[in-house]
Write a protein that binds this ligand. Structure first.
Ligand code: CU
Length: 370
């Protein structure tokens, strides 16, 4: 083993050890940070940054503990065979991970665009909606930085369409703007997009036709995992915000039809907010604490910002990290009440985070968690 290899192996071992003792120390620090208390204040000899130590490791460009690497991350290739396909998967937030299959070194996705009748809440009215592969929001696309990707889009609607890859740096003729970079995809036609994923972070994709197609459901999360490792998190959720023909919705649903989120005290819960509009800015508020905004439009913020209410404009994405400090049912909602409440109760842009007690022993902080 050469000297650099040895030091890399040593570092990996050190990080693995850290991770084993890990959860507890990390959550100890995370909860301290969440409470606005530096590590020194709670007697732990680790840096008192606003995020656990993996962040510093990641930002230094060093490898992370194996257990923390993204499931399909390139750095894991030596430990596991390269994945050649991905099945559809429920992401626990009301969205579905898109299936793909590796063909000639390209991750190939099949996206069927079709009309669908859609209820946004139990017993609610039925909307003329549009879906991709039967899903509203459209399936969450997640690939690694550097991947070559292909999207075979079949238009099963009686009107033409196109798909735009919002936030991606790609060849102009793959940008999905009908009348400018391509002809519209006519009813019954199939159109293929192909590009290389270089724009890391949380982005989205959507129809770029007829004004109302996007708001009827033709939008989904587009996530490019950075080669150096993703934002460390115990949970990974998305809330896609819509105010189009389906009404005021989170992930295509109106409260109480929205999917409730789950988590535990002390966990780093990542929430990707995506503002699809198509008309309004929404004031997204979290009960029971605050979150850190760690990225905007896919780009990591050099200094995360703490807040409990964030205005999300049309087309914007934000990545939040929230470390809950108390168990309970915590609301996440648009604070413009005409978007989230009626005289008959909550409706529209509301979901609940069900936070259970910590799975590891955390410090009791008198007056706060004690
Ligand atoms: Cu709103």
């Amino acid at each position: 083993m050469s000297s650099p290899e040895r030091s890399r192996a040593g570092l990996r071992e050190l990080l693995a050890t850290f991770h084993d003792r890990g959860s507890r120390v990390v959550r100890f620090v995370a909860i301290g940070a969440a409470l606005g208390i530096g590590a020194a204040g709670i007697g732990v000899a680790v840096p008192s940054s606003s995020a656990p130590s993996q962040v510093a490791v990641e930002e230094a460009g060093l490898p992370k503990a194996a257990s923390e690497l993204p499931a399909s991350g390139p750095a894991q290739a030596e430990a596991q065979p390269v994945r050649t396909s991905q099945a559809e998967q429920d992401l626990g937030d009301g969205t579905t991970l898109a299936a793909w299959e590796m063909k000639d070194g390209v991750k190939e996705f099949h996206l069927n665009v079709a009309p669908m009748q859609w209820q946004t809440k139990p017993g609610g009215r039925t909307f003329d909606a549009m879906a991709i592969n039967g899903h509203i929001p459209a399936p969450t696309i997640r690939v690694n930085e550097g991947d070559k990707v292909r999207f075979v889009v079949k238009n099963d609607m009686p009107q033409d369409t196109s798909i735009h890859w919002h936030g991606m740096v790609l060849p102009n003729d793959q940008d999905g703007v009908p009348g400018l970079t391509q002809a519209p995809i006519e009813p019954g036609q199939t159109y293929t997009y192909e590009w290389k994923a270089v724009s890391t972070g949380t982005h989205w994709y959507h129809s770029h036709m007829h004004g109302d197609q996007e708001g009827r459901g033709l939008y989904g999360s587009l996530e490019i995992v950075p080669a150096l490792g993703d934002i460390p998190a115990d949970r990974d959720y998305r809330i896609i915000i819509g105010d189009g023909p389906l009404g005021f919705v989170f992930n295509g649903k109106s409260f109480p039809g929205t999917t409730q989120l789950r988590g535990n005290v002390g966990e780093r819960i990542r929430i990707r907010l995506i503002g699809t509009g198509p008309e309004m800015i929404h004031s997204i508020h979290l009960h029971g604490g605050y979150f850190e905004v760690v990225a905007q439009d896919g780009h990591r913020k050099p200094i995360p910002e703490r807040m409990d209410t964030l205005n999300v404009g049309v087309g914007q994405t934000y990545d939040l990290i929230w470390v809950p400090v108390r168990p309970g049912k915590w609301m996440i909602h648009c604070h413009i009440f005409s978007h989230s409440e009626t005289p008959n109760g909550m409706e529209g842009m509301v979901t609940i985070a069900n936070i259970e007690p910590a799975t590891v022993k955390l410090p009791s902080i008198p007056g706060v968690t004690g």
